[in-house]
Design a protein around this ligand. Sequence first.
Ligand SMILES: [Zn+2]
Length: 412
Amino acid sequence: MDKTVKKVLGQIDREEIVDFIKKLVKVETVETEAPVVPVIKGKMEQIGMEVEVYETFDPRYPDKLRPCVLGTLRGKNNTPVLGFNGHTDVVPVEFPSKWKHPPFDPVADGERLYGRGAADMKGGLGCMLMAAQAIQNAGVELSGSLVVAAVPGEETGGWGSESTVNKKDWDAVVIGEPTNLNINSACNGITTFWIKVTGISAHASMPEKGINAIDKMLKVMNAFETYKEELDRRVHPLSGKPAFVSCIINGGWRGVIVADECRLHVTTHMIPGETIESRYTEVKGILGRLMKKDPDLKAEMLDWQGKTITFPLPKTGVDRPRLDPTEISKEEPVVQAMLTGSEDVLGRALPVGGSRYACDSPFYVNDANIPTLIFGPGSIDQAHTYDEWIDIRQLVDAAGVYAAGAMKFLGY
Ligand SMILES: [Zn+2]
């Protein structure tokens, strides 16, 4: 191992990492990230980073503060610029009584650190800051600049990351979502929509006088079963299969009346090669064929706001559907830098893989052509669950690989 990298790794301390991530987890950041800003800003200033805090806008929570924090560890030159991206929001705790460990009072127990956001993804964000601190404490001056972006609004559409794209001249970005320490060059996308079936109400004793929206929705759902079989055969070598899941169904309103409306909420993940546009077009085709066969079936697609989906899909603004899948080449310098970094730190190159879940990568990769990979400690299996936890050994390894990878990419 190169002596300078060794010196930086010597600055990474397990207890300090755990303590800092506990501070991040302790602050509840559901729907607003404002309370955690002082913790992040304070750490960045202590490291000697230039800090910028600005407000972003999340149309799902228009009255909440959604601040974004950018911390720059300035190098000798203006380029290259490497971004470390971590979101500061966490998903809500629906049933606190089901947690053995209190969600916002983190505890380290053996090799596990428990708390909401430990895996998704205050763990990854904390390690990114610890990596910047280790580089600074070792007295290493980077050639390019390292920017840590603590972004809001990932769980509700990626409004924070989207706002950062034009803030810096990013040459590459690493997103710290939990990948179990795989270096993920591919990432699936996600979109949600509603199917609305409209019928005609009638007295339940004479159902033939109406059109039952629930029965018609059954036809739609049967067609989706066949479509899902087709989706199951589409497999990406890195990010796996797509998904197409009925998550909510509502229909009818009274026991003696034929239902005149039924709505189905679908969450679907696309693999690289598919897009939101291609998924919507296929679903629209399925509905079209069903309606042609059955003139009584009236179905349409609505977006998350309940607005009719129209083609071509909007490319900007609130109505733009998000998030598309992404893929970058394994030969990209940022992938190679993280691989070499992992060899230095762990004695082996980490596997290159793909994420089945979606993250903020499309704002960088698809909108702005910025090579972006996903690499972070922890497993997605622990995200969004009761007693969320992260493996502390992975935190230490991730902090080291972030530091070594940044040094390889930026030079020193
Ligand atoms: Zn996440």
